[in-house]
Design a protein around this ligand. Structure first.
Ligand SMILES: [Fe+2]
Ligand SMILES: [Fe+2]
Length: 424
């Protein structure tokens, strides 16, 4: 193929020599590459020797919107798509058409791949963009996909890409990063308490896995940074469920008690259909509170194994909280009245759960025993004081996040106090 020429005459200097390659074996690629070197309206010369190649070229050109020109030394052919040959050298001229003239007529443009580009991420992702990579041209006639979450204002955060990158860098392995042998036998009542707390945590983690996983399936893939952040969050929760279960089994125990009140509290998270409200209840208030619980276990648990697990899980949870917070800040900046909806969601959830016992009494007692480290009166008094401090830390953490989301002090105080007694 020769390059760079004045191509708008029959003496086109960009040439594609197909030799014996047929269109059933990829000859169109050579034609396409040659056309890529000229402007719309200019010509290339195509030569070939495979049987029937001219008819195949004409048919391909018709489909792509390019014109095959009459050879200068013959009668003019009747329009687009008629292969014309110069018998002297078996050369056909092809005039490049615009993409709009061919198969890509009406193709949809879908933003840009780099999220930092001002027009990269669309305010509304269209159903027919479907599964295409963001930035791709999508052929007209592609099927429409029913992604319920396709409105940027209701789902986006500019921090999604960074939080995903942080999550990738901070992934840990239950086998590599935890010393499962650093688990001395504890007094039976204390081991039972740890097993009860882990049992409770597994059911909370199940909610924390399922809620983002459901939204992930409804999210338009155009918003790929958020898709990635949610996907790795789901993977984090799967790892938490694994390590908490392995801690339960470390000394041969089975999971302990699961209460109706705890399950009712978590069910209300699964039942919330709005992405932002669910993120507020689960990630900001619930996982925010859970970070306090994990930090408590990281310092108070009597065995190094439980402390290690709590430390690693707390790090992940802090990221989940950050994703939820950054989305809510994004939405509230554009829709300040949405704050009322969030407040109402906390109140409604509180009312709906008022008839339940809230936190599993066994979990509360187990926290005291774990902080005590030993079932004797002085240790239990110390453990109870630490659990009281934990409750104050949790409420203060919720209050601080509500203030950051722009709630007034009074309302933030009330809402922090109305949060479910189940912690999550
Ligand atoms: Fe988790
Ligand atoms: Fe989480």
């Amino acid at each position: 193929m020769e390059q760079h020429a004045n191509n708008d005459t029959p003496n086109a200097r960009v040439r594609a020599d197909l030799e014996h390659l047929g269109f059933d074996a990829g000859a169109h690629l050579l034609v396409k590459l040659a056309l890529g070197q000229v402007e719309v309206g200019q010509c290339i010369a195509v030569r070939g020797q495979a049987p029937g190649w001219q008819a195949q070229l004409a048919s391909w050109c018709r489909a792509q919107g390019h014109a095959v020109l009459p050879a200068p030394d013959r009668e003019p052919a009747t329009g687009t798509g008629t292969a014309s040959t110069n018998h002297a050298n078996d050369t056909v001229l092809v005039r490049k058409g615009s993409a709009q003239a061919g198969r890509w007529r009406g193709a949809a443009h879908t933003g840009h791949s780099d999220p930092r580009d001002e027009h990269a991420v669309a305010a509304q992702a269209l159903p027919a963009w479907g599964l295409a990579a963001r930035g791709a041209a999508v052929e007209a006639g592609s099927p429409a996909f029913d992604f319920r979450l396709a409105d940027k204002a209701q789902l986006w955060t500019d921090s999604a890409a960074d939080l995903y990158a942080q999550a990738v860098a901070a992934q840990w392995s239950a086998d590599r990063d935890i010393d499962w042998d650093d688990a001395p036998a504890l007094p039976g009542a204390i081991e039972d308490a740890i097993v009860q707390i882990m049992t409770y945590m597994v059911e909370n983690e199940n909610a924390a896995l399922i809620v983002p996983a459901r939204f992930l399936g409804q999210l338009h893939p155009h918003y790929r940074e958020l898709q990635a952040a949610l996907a790795i969050q789901v993977a984090d929760e799967a790892r938490h469920i694994d390590v908490f279960t392995r801690r339960i089994r470390r000394h041969g125990r089975e999971p302990a008690l699961s209460t109706a009140g705890g399950q009712a509290s978590l069910k209300s998270l699964l039942d919330e259909p709005d992405f932002s409200v669910a993120g507020f209840l689960l990630s900001v208030l619930g996982e925010g509170t859970f970070v306090n619980l994990l930090q408590f276990l990281q310092t108070e648990a009597p065995d190094p194994l439980t402390r290690q697990i709590a430390r690693l899980a707390a790090r992940d949870e802090a990221r989940h909280v950050a994703l939820g917070m950054s989305h809510l800040l994004y939405r509230l900046e554009r829709e300040p009245d949405f704050r009322h909806r969030l407040a109402r969601a906390v109140e409604q959830r509180h009312d709906a759960l008022a008839g339940t016992a809230g936190l599993n009494e066994e979990v509360f007692d187990a926290l005291i025993l774990v902080a005590a480290g030993d079932p004797n009166p002085a240790a239990i008094a110390r453990g109870a004081a630490r659990v009281q401090q934990l409750m104050r830390d949790m409420a203060a953490g919720r209050y601080a996040k509500l203030i950051r989301l722009g709630f007034g002090r009074d309302e933030a105080g009330q809402l922090a106090a109305l949060h479910t007694r189940n912690f999550m």
